[in-house]
Design a binder for this molecule. Sequence first.
Ligand SMILES: Cc1cc2nc3c(=O)[nH]c(=O)nc-3n(C[C@H](O)[C@H](O)[C@H](O)COP(=O)(O)OP(=O)(O)OC[C@H]3O[C@@H](n4cnc5c(N)ncnc54)[C@H](O)[C@@H]3O)c2cc1C
Length: 527
Amino acid sequence: MLTNSDSSVIIIGGGIAGLSTALRLADEGHSVIVLSKNRLADTASFQAQGGIAAVINPEDSLSSHHADTVIAGAGLCHSDTVAQVVREGPECIRWLEDHGVRFTRTNGGTDLHLTREGGHSKRRVVHADDATGVAVMSVLIDRVRQHAAIRLLENRFVVNLVTTRELGLAGPNRCAGIRVLDDAAGVVDTLWASAVVLATGGASGVYQHATNASTGDGIAMAWRAGCTVANMEFVQFHPTCLHHPQARSVLISEAVRGEGGRLLLPDGSRFMPSYDARAELAPRDIVSRAIANELAEKNIDHVYLDISHKPAALIIERFPNILKVCAEHGLDMTKEPIPVVPAAHYTCGGIMTDQHGQTAIQQLYALGECSFTGLHGANRLASNSLLEALAFAKTVSGRIARQAGYPQPPLPRQLDSLECGKPALRQSVDTKARRLRALMWQKVGIVRSRQSLTQAERGLQELKLQLEREWDAGRLWPDVLELRNLLTVAQLITRSALQRQESRGLHFNSDYPSAQANPRDTALRPG
Ligand SMILES: Cc1cc2nc3c(=O)[nH]c(=O)nc-3n(C[C@H](O)[C@H](O)[C@H](O)COP(=O)(O)OP(=O)(O)OC[C@H]3O[C@@H](n4cnc5c(N)ncnc54)[C@H](O)[C@@H]3O)c2cc1C
């Protein structure tokens, strides 16, 4: 059984958002517990390739980074949040370097090497070759493991938040702790906390094709506890993920198209030139929509990406990692086109917070991909998500540090163990998750319509009723809990998409193909 003192700060999530908050708090002398439902290397943060946007170049400016972010966000960015995050960029890079992260350098090692990505008007992406996530996360993981003030609990599934309202205590609703699954026994322990931080990542795993395995647990937990959730309809789809029965979540970098890669139909013909003058180099959302259209019209489940017309030496030099992964699946990118499909990549919406990462519940904070801070608006600018996580880690840890000594209401020492999940539900969990993901892909995917969204709403409601019928006393399993969370976030995405009667940024509804004047965020409140 897990126990702790209620003065600890609990951080749920061991990605870049969780670990950088933990280190900042622990360095200030706070006692911190970090929980991760899997190994720390199994995070979206570890997978990050391109880099972190920050104004370092003397020819660049904060106002230019601000403007590029706002243009990408298609009318929905919160200007104050953008200014705050962009301003923190250079300090966040220094903080990572001070902790030992080695970014790629130039001019004999004197300057950081900066790349330029789609939507950025200047070179401003700090990176570590093409594996920035590995370089940053390896250092943060080492630091966290070594820090005496941080207790790290891997492979621990957090089930729910504990709030004072749920405990029947008077006063404003406050987060008092969390319930954690003891996987071996199938029962739940309670950990008390002076503050709880949600850093649980996005919800891309709600779709049949996804570049990462995130399942929206934190968003679902916060929703159940009473938080507002906003802009869930804005899901960023990456145009090219490897399509292979054994290869879930293998992203094929945009750089392949940048180097001349062409998108082809099964008969070998190109289709992008008929959609956009920039062809394969059009922005991500345009390429994803074009592929989705071809898949639907031709009734096929993938297209091809072909760079085999370029010299093999160039492909080997530029894309060693992608070549290796393709080879593991019996594909040779130097000689043949590879099958690809668009895939859910990033969740722009999430748990609504203020500019300090504070949610609607006192002493509950959210940051990183699970949060909605107003930075991304209707579309995320490349390399702004790692920056957002780092900038808010600084803000949230500062806010928690200032709140030390907050009066705590008397809390019960022990809560009843929560047990659920019949064996019957366990057996059908894979089938149900597959049905849910297929439904979301077909009806709430890259192109939506009034009819498809209404059908999705009905299908999800049926699944929910089934789940509730089978949800009963028994044993608790992580995959059953994940299914419950997936269902919640799928419903939130669908409801938000139904509310937005226009097309904007990442949300395209064929019944409302244009944008409306005076756009607003889609904020959903429980109850
Ligand atoms: C392939 C790929 C490439 C990318 N490249 C870039 C890039 O170059 N630049 C950029 O800015 N962004 C990039 N992104 C996006 C970026 O990586 C993510 O947005 C960011 O890493 C999210 O960090 P996070 O800490 O919020 O969440 P994650 O890194 O997803 O971590 C979430 C953590 O929460 C834990 N967790 C979740 N639920 C529970 C639960 N119930 N109980 C306990 N623990 C739980 C998980 O175990 C995990 O430790 C990329 C994403 C992908 C998938």
